[in-house]
Ligand binder design. Structure first.
Ligand code: UDX
Ligand code: UDX
Length: 480
């Protein structure tokens, strides 16, 4: 097609930008894709010869990188050059919740979006289509347009030589299945005003996405649809977790309730698994964004409704740590708890907003000695998240059992010997390997009375039935 896109630049080589651009490069070998980032270390990892060192773990990502890297997919810090060469620029930088100033704790911090737009305004040449890939508050496109327009009007070197269109094309990928989701999207949403720009972006997706999945809306609907999708998904999890608590109190079983309601085609069966509470970089941030927008536009009841989804999630995490403490006789001092899983879900190394962070902090606060295992999360990352160094780093002797009564933690790479003398095991991430643990053998290694707390509902109760382990699982009020 005439005037098709030949050169794409993506600003931000993170969880969204990296995998998304890898799939575009894979499906569109005729397009050159340049992913740029201000973080030199991250770019070095993307260029690492050892594919195990890629900064992001996603099943299938390494194979695509192997196929396309340095053919039509490039990672660099050369932001200026790649912006100037691009026909289309995706902005995929992070937008964390503001920690201070107006909207602190709720609104998104758009400083990196603004910085990216300013760089585009400065270096882009000819006509450039700017695509919002990051999840953004509604009407952010207006900000980007304003910044780009200021370049067009400016008295700088080459005024009016560059022109822009702005589109919104939110990403719905889910971590852990990012490559599958990108290759088989339920829909691709493109919001914009200029049909020719929309058509050029649609043309890229048509290389692997069928026509009926390409949805076109106005730009504000597209921005709001992304926030709404995440809010609805998170709301389902808070809903089922609230019912789980009720199940535990009444003798019902949340799995049975989920199954029963999920068979109603109007409700559907997905996102009805009770767990330790939702995590991930998006759900909380996006709901707080909705809360802020609602307050800003004078809709306090709408704000309160969505805020309750986040509040329930926080309450639920604290509820889990409290019930563990209660079952271990009200004190965790000198008690060893093996924590299985720290990532916010399986198949990812991402710990952002993971329920494990708050739950582990609470248990440490109660004096527990945690032995944390996760197949993909590093000890250093856990230390950052808990804001506490592991016991073995703080103390010369690494004998975990000889620690004093203060709560502390260590991490382990292997489960061999992990359960020796443990008072409890707590499952927080649904990694496959935890399903294979032999509880009969494990039971013999633990101190009695021993507990297994399964916050992910991945253990078949029959496997624990004839052991000495007391078994608790999320949302289970049925006495086993
Ligand atoms: C995501 C999405 O883009 C956003 O929609 C979602 O709401 C949460 O964050 P993600 O890819 O998960 O971003 O973030 P991250 O992994 O932190 O990657 C962002 C990258 O942008 C980082 O590597 C950072 O160095 C880079 N960046 C940031 C720039 O290159 N330039 C900047 O000005 C700011
Ligand atoms: C989410 C959205 O699904 C995705 O469309 C959007 O682009 C980014 O945010 P992600 O955060 O990667 O994706 O993971 P998701 O699978 O949605 O899970 C989020 C959290 O909810 C995880 O902590 C997960 O364990 C939890 N969850 C999910 C449940 O507790 N129960 C469920 O039934 C489903």
């Amino acid at each position: 097609m005439k005037n098709s896109i030949h050169n794409i630049c993506c600003i931000g080589a993170g969880y969204v930008g990296g995998p998304t651009m890898a799939v575009i490069a894979d499906r569109c070998p005729h397009i050159e894709v340049n992913v740029v980032d201000i973080n030199q270390d991250r770019i070095n990892l993307w260029n690492s010869l050892d594919l195990n060192e890629l900064p992001i773990f996603e099943p299938g990502l390494d194979k695509i990188i192997e196929r396309r890297r340095n053919k039509n997919l490039f990672f660099s810090n050369d932001i200026k050059k790649q912006i100037s060469r691009a026909d289309m620029i995706f902005i995929s930088v992070n937008t964390p919740t503001k920690t201070k100033g107006i909207g602190a704790g709720k609104a998104s911090n758009l400083k990196w979006i603004e910085a990216s737009a300013r760089q585009v305004a400065l270096y882009a040449k000819g006509h450039t289509i700017v695509v919002e890939k990051s999840t953004l508050p509604v009407r952010t496109a207006e900000v980007i347009k304003e910044i780009l327009k200021s370049k067009q009007n400016s008295k700088e070197k080459h005024p009016k030589t560059s022109t822009f269109d702005v589109l919104s094309n939110p990403e719905f990928l889910s971590e852990g299945s990012a490559i599958y989701d990108l290759e088989n999207p339920d829909r691709v949403l493109i919001g914009g005003e200029n049909n020719s720009a929309i058509e050029k972006l649609a043309e890229i997706y048509r290389n692997w996405v069928s026509e009926e999945k390409l949805l076109q809306t106005n730009i504000w609907s597209s921005e709001l649809a992304k926030l709404t999708a995440n809010a609805f998904l998170a709301q389902r999890i808070s809903s089922i977790n609230s019912i789980g608590a009720l199940c535990e109190a009444t003798g019902a079983d949340v799995r049975e309730v989920s199954k029963a309601i999920g068979h109603d085609s109007r409700i559907g069966s997905k996102f009805l698994d009770a767990g330790p509470g939702f995590g991930g970089s998006c759900f909380k941030k996006d709901i707080l964004n909705l809360v802020y927008l609602s307050e800003y536009f004078g809709l306090p009841e709408v704000a309160a409704f969505w805020n309750s989804v986040v509040n329930l999630n926080a309450w639920h995490q604290n509820r889990i740590s409290k019930l563990i403490t209660k079952n271990l006789f009200g004190t965790l001092s000198n008690k060893k708890i093996v924590v299985l899983g720290f990532a916010f879900k399986s198949n990812t190394n991402d710990t952002r907003e993971s329920a494990a962070i708050q739950i582990c902090k609470n248990l440490i606060e109660e004096g527990a000695a945690l032995l944390i295992h996760d197949p993909k999360v590093s000890c250093d990352q856990i230390a950052i998240d808990l804001n506490l160094q592991p016991y073995s780093k703080k103390n010369k002797e690494s004998n975990f059992s000889e620690r004093n009564e203060e709560g502390n933690w260590d991490s382990i790479d292997s489960l061999e010997n992990a359960f020796d003398g443990a008072d409890a095991v707590l499952i927080l991430t649904e990694w496959m390997e935890y399903k294979k643990i032999n509880w009969r053998v494990t039971s013999n290694k633990m101190r009695k009375p021993a507990w297994l707390f399964d916050a992910r509902s991945i253990i078949d109760p029959n496997q624990v039935l004839n052991t000495d382990i007391n078994f608790w699982r999320i949302g289970d009020g049925v006495k086993l």
